[in-house]
Design a protein around this ligand. Structure first.
Ligand SMILES: [Zn+2]
Length: 58
């Protein structure tokens, strides 16, 4: 599987481990699949729902 790397110095995208433009090391950028805020928001909502259930409100 092909993966694209990103230069840590000039931020050029390349398939190589070393940037061909400036010779710096490249890394694989990892785009977040979900927002941590959303995850915690979901957790908070679930917790709240459980709280209502415990009190017999729903
Ligand atoms: Zn570079």
């Amino acid at each position: 599987m092909k993966h694209i790397n990103k230069c840590t110095q000039c931020l050029t995208y390349t398939l190589k481990d070393i940037c061909q433009k400036c010779g710096a090391k490249t890394i694989q950028p990892k785009p977040p699949k979900y927002s941590p805020e959303d995850k915690y928001g979901q957790y908070r909502r679930e917790e709240k729902k459980q709280e209502f259930k415990d009190k017999g409100l729903i």
